[in-house]
Design a protein around this ligand. Structure first.
Ligand SMILES: NC(=O)c1ccc[n+]([C@@H]2O[C@H](COP(=O)([O-])OP(=O)(O)OC[C@H]3O[C@@H](n4cnc5c(N)ncnc54)[C@H](OP(=O)(O)O)[C@@H]3O)[C@@H](O)[C@H]2O)c1
Length: 238
């Protein structure tokens, strides 16, 4: 018997970027709550998500997607044609290799890589896969507290911050274009967490954040409009 969500129902999740880190932990958490999950990884190599699929036969399917490749987004849309998901969540993201470098220092190539991965590509995934989400479903994207313009009083992580602020802006534009629709839209700030991206000095473990993030996402069901929320469900200043 699967544990039911706080809304008393389980659902179907399409989770983009589930090979490791926070995305993998989200897959684990949703599966533990009885959801069925289609999780994407890059390329064809074996990942920890494949180990999880062995454990959750039939409830976890693995698909391949590099979010920066528009042809791969279109191909995934085609492969999933006819399916309906209660939630699409785009977790995939990156950071510039040298987090200390400023906008004055960063190479154009590295700036473009981070912006394309964190701002443009998640939106292309949302635009390309939105039709797979039920009319009253949830579309979520992993943002960051660092994407808050209003909270940026200390600076630092300039390139990454800019990419998540841009992502937030594009989601607001998406929400404006889809005003009046029943779907819930969410940008999530999960906190600073020890992953490959977050590094060893982050204050939070994955287990201290992700179950809360999943609570927040599940609670968005049936709540139309866009919200930028932290792991406790509190609004983050834009
Ligand atoms: N950790 C933190 O403190 C923190 C805080 C706030 C927000 N976030 C955000 O949370 C998300 C996950 O971060 P994380 O800490 O779990 O980082 P991570 O451990 O480095 O994992 C990054 C994930 O994104 C995937 N990914 C990267 N580029 C991709 C692409 N082009 N196409 C498809 N998948 C791609 C990776 O896949 P591969 O295995 O193929 O590389 C991996 O699954 C990111 O959006 C990040 O910005 C993290």
């Amino acid at each position: 018997m699967h544990k039911l969500t706080s809304h008393g129902a389980t659902g179907a999740l399409l989770l983009v970027g589930a090979s490791r880190g926070l995305g993998l932990a989200m897959a684990v958490e949703f599966l533990a709550r009885g959801w069925s999950v289609v999780g994407t990884v890059r390329g064809s190599g074996r990942t920890k998500l494949h180990d999880l699929a062995d454990e959750y036969k039939g409830r976890l399917e693995i698909e391949s997607l590099d979010i920066t490749q528009t042809n791969e987004i279109a191909a995934l849309r085609e492969r999933l044609s006819g399916r309906s998901f209660d939630m699409l969540f785009v977790n995939a993201g990156t950071a510039n290799d040298n987090q200390g470098e400023t906008i004055a220092d960063v190479s154009t190539e590295e700036f473009v890589r981070v912006m394309v991965t964190n701002a443009l590509s998640p939106m292309r995934v949302v635009e390309g896969l939105q039709d797979l989400v039920s009319g009253s479903g949830v579309i979520g994207v992993m943002s960051s507290g660092q994407g808050s313009v209003g909270n940026n009083e200390k600076g630092g992580h300039e390139i990454y911050r800019g990419s998540k602020a841009a992502l937030n802006m594009y989601m607001r534009s998406y929400a404006a274009r889809h005003a009046g629709e029943a779907r819930a839209l969410a940008l999530i700030a999960p906190g600073w967490i020890r992953t490959e991206l977050g590094g060893p000095d982050a204050p939070l473990s994955i287990g201290e954040s992700i179950p809360k993030v999943v609570d927040v996402l599940v609670a968005q069901q049936g709540r139309p409009g866009l919200r930028y929320l932290d792991r406790d469900g509190n609004a983050v200043p834009w």
